[in-house]
Design a protein around this ligand. Structure first.
Ligand code: F6R
Length: 364
């Protein structure tokens, strides 16, 4: 039931603090400040390569996880769309872990890729929201998200729960590989436990985002920019906007703008910039200024420090709580979801059942 919400998507966006907390409970032991994974019957420290395979929004969660696995656990990560992976004759050497991410656990291409990896000697892990799904049944290591049923066709809460599980998994790998000491592990646990409150703080900006929807609704094209682990959020923001508001949108790595897409910039193309303050902030801001110098209309999503530093000259700003870079991808998911949601509502599209889309893609 939708309760007081107008749409399932809206309800599911607002459930995120609760379901992320619920999911984290299965992967963290707050008292001991430790990451705690389900019983694993293979040797993690022997895994020398991870192959991540998924589709759509779940793929973007995998892209974020690649940054985390490489940063914390120093394991090389290969990631591909399931529909590409299964037909490209990938090189799978013994000792690899294949990691599948799926809300439904039934996506045809992802399931086929899983079976291919299984037949080729990979250890199979899956992050799924439906614990009885085909992918769950085929896995050596099942890592469930506890998002509850997701009804809106556009994925929202499943995504942030996937990120929560993947962050814990990356930290666990780092611990097992001897690359993360107790103190660093305690830090990661602390930041992950801050995520639900930060998600709530992000949701507090709902009215403000609804008010700015009219700035985006008339656009024909919208660009999203981000860097590092927030680059996949730019892709996710663009996907959300396309699928429910039918506005053409693209996400780019900020540094790629000058290699082509900047040619699109004029005052009719809103550019949404995801720039939490942190090590990559200055770089992203300089890309943003290149856009502004060409008349581009920027919506800056950053925290108070970032907005104080770079907010001037933007068409609009959305202030996020100041968060540790580890949880920024979870928290910055909220404004991009809300922006897509309110633009779709402003345009009067069918938010929960966008045209041409199905919740679970069980055909190739
Ligand atoms: C986007 C969306 C889709 C799914 C994709 C994978 O909002 O919902 O892109 O993420 O179809 O679905 P699952 O995660 O069920 O494998």
């Amino acid at each position: 039931e939708k309760g007081n919400y107008r749409h399932f998507m809206q309800k599911e966006i607002f459930e995120q603090p609760t379901v992320v907390a619920q999911t984290l409970r299965s992967y963290l032991r707050p008292g001991e400040q430790r990451v705690a994974l389900p019983q694993i019957d293979f040797d993690i420290s022997a895994i020398d390569r991870i192959t991540i395979v998924a589709c759509g929004t779940s793929y973007y969660a995998g892209m974020v996880a690649k940054y985390w696995f490489e940063q914390f656990a120093r394991v090389p990560v290969d990631i591909d769309f399931a529909s590409e992976f299964r037909y490209r004759d990938p090189i799978l050497t013994p000792g690899g872990l294949a990691l599948f991410i799926s809300q439904s656990g039934e996506t045809a291409d992802t399931l086929a890729a899983l079976k291919h990896c299984k037949a080729n000697g990979q250890v199979i892990a899956s992050v799924v929201n439906v614990p009885t799904s085909s992918m769950a049944r085929e896995s050596d290591l099942l890592l469930p998200t506890h998002a509850g049923p997701e009804i809106g066709v556009a994925s929202t809460k499943a995504f942030t729960c996937q990120l929560a599980v993947l962050a814990a998994l990356a930290a666990h790998f780092a611990v097992k590989k001897g690359l993360m000491d107790r103190e660093e592990e305690a830090e990661v646990v602390k930041h992950l436990l801050e995520a639900p409150a930060s998600l709530n703080a992000a949701l507090d900006h709902d009215d403000e985002i609804a008010d700015m929807a009219h700035l985006i609704a008339p656009a024909r094209d919208v660009l999203y920019l981000g860097r590092g682990a927030d680059f996949p959020l730019a892709l996710e923001g663009a996907l959300k906007l396309k699928e429910i508001s039918y506005i053409h949108a693209e996400g780019y790595a900020s540094g790629e703008m000058k290699h082509g897409p900047i040619a699109l910039i004029d005052d009719a193309v809103p550019v949404i910039v995801l720039a939490p303050s942190g090590p990559l902030f200055e770089k992203t801001v300089s890309n943003m200024q290149e856009v502004q110098a060409r008349g581009g209309k920027v919506v800056l999503i950053s925290d108070a420090d970032g907005i104080a530093q770079a907010g001037e000259g933007c068409m609009a700003v959305i202030e996020m709580p100041k968060v540790h870079p580890l949880i920024a991808p979870l928290v910055y998911a909220v404004p991009v979801q809300l922006l897509a949601y309110h633009v779709a509502v402003a345009k009067g599209t069918d938010v929960d059942q966008p045209r041409n889309l199905a919740k679970s893609v069980t055909v190739e």
